[in-house]
Design a protein around this ligand. Structure first.
Ligand code: SF4
Length: 438
């Protein structure tokens, strides 16, 4: 990014962001500092806009809604409600370990502990109690993927007094060819999305504008098209993207889905991967190992994937959040638009694989291993994530039986560097790769 642009963005972030938003402002300035010497891509622009839109909303006194990482914010964008993805704050603090201060405070006041509730949400409890976390105008959450998330949002609601709305994610499949198909699934989710809109209209005293909704759906479809093509390109050997490109793809959709920013971000990722495929270039030099990582990143250790790339020429093609699966849909009528939103909600990363029978997850991992020519599967796992914790061992055995690909499971808290250290994680992976995979 050239200096003039950098200074422009620093200037745009100046001023009072409002009560509880100071740490977010610090994160914004820290992010600018971090990317100062990097190329100014559409993805960088999107990330900057995520912060600036929040500041703009505070300044203009327009509503901000906080929501979790596993929901596309299209409806919010269509209604000019600024989305604030909760993890942007509570997990965004993990690489600098600042979240640990709030985790310790949350422990002290007696709210849960690591084995029972997830540290993706828990820091926010302590941060709210210390007046350090952004208080939104509205809260939204889902019953899936986990009970730590849905329980913690009820605590956020109590602490902030902010009105909240939640939707129940159904268990069964909407696809008629699935053995788990239930004809009521689609109607159940569409009705809830319509109720969400009615609730938002009531809270904000503004109606959903049909033209704006149509534009949002067009941009959503276009971005999904790019995401789909990007996912297909990753099947190429060598993989044309590095270990975090997939995650970046999902972040585009989870923060700016339904906007032109997301169209530009996903197109950039697709174009870069396509160009690399055309030229036979890998996302990492001299690819030797292709890893599937069907869980979250270890968020406190951003150096882990680059270390794997450097030390083992290993590219992590899959992580569970970084595989954006919702497909482009027919949006020719209003009802079709709602079907598209419903399918996007049911197939969203971590929802699609974790919302129903264990077969959803097992089949997903096995198909991925086969389609993406994966050499090994690594499952970092925390006990708080009870549904994933339960599925891991069975899935690991199913992968080995059906594909012969070796697997590694190890315990870790992805949000707390003190549970299992970076060195211990590297030691375990190193042993697995050198003694079993290579
Ligand atoms: S890591 Fe697991 S427990 Fe934590 S928020 Fe994600 S799904 Fe929920």
């Amino acid at each position: 990014m050239d200096e003039e642009l950098y200074n422009k963005y620093v200037k745009l972030g100046r001023g009072n962001w409002g009560r509880g938003y100071n740490l977010l402002k610090t994160m914004y300035l820290g992010y600018l500092q971090l990317i100062k010497d990097e190329e100014f891509t559409p993805v960088v622009e999107l990330s900057i806009n995520v912060f600036l839109e929040i500041f703009k909303a505070r300044r203009n006194e327009t509503p901000i809604i906080m929501y979790p990482f596993n929901f596309g914010p299209e409806i919010f964008h269509a209604m000019d409600i600024t989305p604030l993805m909760q993890e942007m704050f509570s997990v965004g603090l993990a690489p600098s370990h600042l979240n640990e201060i709030y985790l310790d405070f949350t422990n002290k006041v007696g709210y849960g502990d690591n084995p029972t509730l997830c540290n993706a949400q828990r820091p926010l409890i302590g941060a709210y109690m210390q007046d350090s976390a952004p208080i939104p105008d509205l809260l939204f959450f889902l019953s899936t993927p986990c009970n730590p998330l849905s329980i913690s949002y009820q605590v956020f609601q109590q602490l902030t007094g902010v009105p909240s709305f939640n939707i129940d994610i159904p268990y069964w499949a909407y696809n008629e060819v699935s053995e788990f198909y239930d004809e009521k699934t689609m109607r159940y989710i569409i009705d809830q999305l319509k109720s969400l809109i009615s609730w938002l209209e009531k809270q904000t005293k503004q109606k959903l504008n049909p033209d704006k909704f149509q534009q949002t759906m067009l941009w959503l479809n276009e971005a999904r098209e790019y995401a789909l093509e990007f996912n297909e390109l990753l099947k190429t050997v060598p993989c044309p993207a590095d270990s975090v490109a997939g995650y970046t793809n999902t972040i585009c959709m989870a923060t700016r889905g339904g906007t032109y920013d997301a169209v530009k971000g996903t197109k950039f990722l697709r174009d870069t991967a396509a160009e690399n495929v055309k030229n036979g270039i890998g996302g990492i030099p001299d690819e030797k190992i292709r890893i599937a990582w069907p869980y979250t990143h270890v968020f406190f250790d951003y150096g882990l994937f680059p270390w794997l790339e450097r030390e083992f020429n290993a590219v992590t093609i899959l992580d569970l959040i970084g595989f954006y699966q919702p497909l482009p849909q027919d949006i020719s009528t209003n009802e079709k638009c709602f079907e598209s939103l419903a399918k996007g909600t049911l197939d969203f990363p971590m929802i699609g694989t974790c919302r129903g029978p264990i077969e959803y997850y097992i089949d997903f991992v096995i198909n991925y291993v086969k389609d993406y020519k994966v050499d090994c599967v690594i499952f970092p796992m925390q006990f708080a994530c009870k549904h994933a914790y339960l599925m891991t061992r069975v899935t690991s055995e199913a992968v080995r039986e059906e594909t012969g690909v070796p697997t590694l499971i190890f315990g870790v808290d992805p949000y707390d560097s003190r549970e299992v250290t970076s060195d211990a994680i590297r030691g375990k992976i190193s042993e697995f790769l050198t003694q079993i995979v290579l």
